[in-house]
Design a protein around this ligand. Sequence first.
Ligand SMILES: [Zn+2]
Length: 503
Amino acid sequence: MKCVIYARKSTEEKTRQVQSIESQIIEMKKIAARDNLKVVKIFREEKSAKKPGRKVFGEMIEFIEDGKADAILCWKLDRLARNPADEGMIKWMLQQGIIKQIKTNDRDYKPDDNVLLSSVEFGMANQYILDLSKNVKRGNRTKLEKGGWPSRAPLGYLNQDSGIVVDEGRVKYLRKAFELYATGGYGMKEIADILFQDGFHSRSGKKYNKGKIHKLLHNPFYYGIMLMHGKDYSGNHEPIISKELFDKVQFVLQGKHHSKKKKHFFSMRGFLQCEVCGCLLTATLKKGHRYYYCTNGKGNCTEHKKYFRSETLDKKLADNFQDLKFNPALVEIAYKAAKVRTNQTKNYLIIARDNLASRLQTLKTKQERLLNGYCEGNVASEVYRAKSGEMQKEENDLTVQLKSTNLKIQRGISTLEQTKKVFLEANNAAKEFLAAKEERKRKLLEILLWNATFQNQELAKVSYKTPYQYLADEPNKDDFCKMWTMEDSNLRPLQCECSALTS
Ligand SMILES: [Zn+2]
């Protein structure tokens, strides 16, 4: 028997006896000598076997398939395969007799062996990987719940064996950052500069920039709360500032955010176009009022320098949004009716899905039977090829149908919810727009509007985003139940567009 040695380094090994590739090879060579096996090649794998696609593993399989070897020597079975794809490959080659023997330090595996036994052993290797990653996650959570920090300590703290401790050399700078910022009189950059002059810098002597300062001012870790994956945990570490100070800083942070934006905030910038020349309208602030005007980018526009006051534009847009308004009570009724119908459809879809799944199962049994027949020589190879091609095609079709049916089942109700949201949002915008603050206005425009054009101080054209355009185009807003109850008319594009939009 010609055999290959396959050695893979393991980082997960608990016993740590046979760790390195070289020591595995030495052991394997001893076994080969003892059992009189001829070693024709040695494969050394540096990669973990967790995911398929190990290069050396693939080379070894090819080597064996080419008939250059027919036995594998490896330290343990789980050295060979730690994922179902590789496992299937090895098992199949063993069953087919392409591999005549797999030898490990404590036993032999042969084609006529109990397949179950090796399956279980392979399966355990696979399970081990799953458990390992689960354990790490579980370990993190347990640690957090006990008040420990499972990651690198934030600036101002240090990781030590005993846990997270205050970095005495830096803690004063962090406190100062919070204290300075809480006064409201300093910007991020100023604070970064002041602290740097005071001696606050990275291990390599670099200044912490304003982005870094900004980030640390947001971190509740400094007053004792650990934030991980969107959850708060109370930490064991020593807080370096009070919660009051932290809250004060958050308050100033929000204030800055607002006042800075407000100064130059034009809610409609980017949405308005000149009907005559197609240029975007630009905005300017004069004596406390916002104005929009055509920039005359093409140099020959009659609208040039006709100023629109934002209040006038707001009013005109708000009037237009009335086209989107439906009676919310009717929306609710129509929604309920559609929900009942969606549920009925869902029941039907579930039956369809079960049907498809059982057809697929039957097909797989047939494929197996065909393969067996072929392997045993009862089926001619051209018959096998034709038949299996047919079956493969059928399998693909069924798989695609199954997938899309599953998707429909999942999507049913949530699509409906989103459609309802479109109606309610449109209603709300029509109601809310005029009274809204600038930033909220911008948000509403972003939801509804593609753009609007102006000519002669008048609104010329308004284009809504697709789902809202349907609403605007509907002439009879009191009778729109039809839209919801008709299976394949307007509803379909409306649903698709808006779920794409909101997701
Ligand atoms: Zn123009």
